[in-house]
Design a protein around this ligand. Structure first.
Ligand code: BV8
Ligand code: ZN
Length: 249
């Protein structure tokens, strides 16, 4: 695979990288995306499943949907795109992954500095007293579990539509974007806010923007370099390109 010289030059000069990722990076692990061909929201309505009112109205239905997704995630693992991102840490002193995904695959791949903007499907908390639960008994219970302390419903620790993102996570992800030299935008349609503002922060602070996607997205007209194709093919090839030219940290 031939990459533009200007991209390789930027990579050889950079100290700080941000990987801003979306559902497309996990597509090659067998996890459905939300929008586009085969996307979850083509078949299900987000307003009926991914919001707090839906959960309070039909907790068992919403819980069952997350159980279905947990099962798929549990049976798969990181793909070469996640692994390549974790490997980049060996060559750069400051690497951050700012992800919209809740599937935990960046952590499982070994990335150390992961900002999960929309939460993590392996975590849960009580809607009443906010006690956190991550034990497998809770996570894999068939019916929506109840809090040991107060009897409240336990929900997945995921940011639903209309809910605030965890502020510390967003602020730290945004700070990483503000100081990075290169921001990779991978497998996202870049339509969900405020997450989609992360690459805009990077661009406004002078970073070089590289998008990797199988098709153009909402941000494609703002990037410096668009690499069309699968993340699981392009990222390992890009890593391979620089690994003989940069000394590991
Ligand atoms: C908030 C969790 C403030 C559930 C998710 C109108 C205009 C602007 C904004 C709004 C608006 N109306 C409402 C809003 C705000 C809303 C929003 O942005 N809506 C959009 C959709 C219009 N945002 C919110 O509600 C956020 N909160 O704003 O709070 C507030 C203020 C006051 C008071 C209270 C609150 C909360 C957003 C939370 C979103 N949570 N889901 C769950 O996961 O179960 S959204 C969902 O979308 C996922 O979490 C996902 O992470 C996120 C983004 O999707 P992508 O990752 O981009 O995935 P997508 O499928 O779209 O795209 C996949 C891409 O991959 C494609 O481009 C495809 O080509 C590519 N691809 C496929 N295969 C590959 C590939 N690329 C490379 N390689 C491949 N192999
Ligand atoms: Zn409770």
């Amino acid at each position: 695979m031939k990459f533009p010289d200007v991209l390789i030059a930027a990579l050889l000069k950079a100290n700080s990288l941000v990987f801003f990722t979306g559902a497309g990076i996990s597509a090659e692990s067998g996890i459905s995306t939300f929008r586009g061909k085969g996307g979850i929201w083509n078949k299900m309505k987000p307003e009926e499943l991914a919001n707090f009112d839906a959960f309070m109205k039909k907790p068992d239905l919403v819980w069952e949907w997350y159980q279905y997704r947990r099962k798929i995630i549990n049976e798969t693992g990181p793909n070469p795109a996640h692994t390549a991102i974790a490997e980049f840490e060996k060559y750069y002193s400051d690497v951050s992954v700012v992800t919209q995904n809740v599937d935990n695959l960046h952590n499982r791949a070994g990335s150390k500095n992961v900002f999960e903007l929309h939460g993590n499907i392996e975590k849960n908390y009580c809607v009443d007293c906010e006690t956190h639960y991550s034990s497998p008994e809770i996570t894999f219970s068939e019916k929506v579990p109840k809090c040991e302390k107060c009897g409240g419903l336990i929900r997945p620790d995921i940011v639903w539509f209309g809910e605030m993102l965890p502020q510390d996570v967003f602020i730290n992800g945004d700070k990483a974007a503000a100081r990075c030299d290169i921001c990779f935008i991978i497998g996202t349609s870049a339509v969900v806010y405020p997450a989609a503002h992360i690459p805009i922060t990077a661009r406004d602070k002078g970073a070089y923007l590289v998008e990797i996607n199988i098709e153009e997205s909402n941000i494609s007209d703002k990037v410096n370099c668009f690499l069309k194709g699968k993340a699981g093919v392009i990222l390992p090839a890009l890593l391979n390109e620089i690994m003989n030219k940069i000394k590991p940290q």
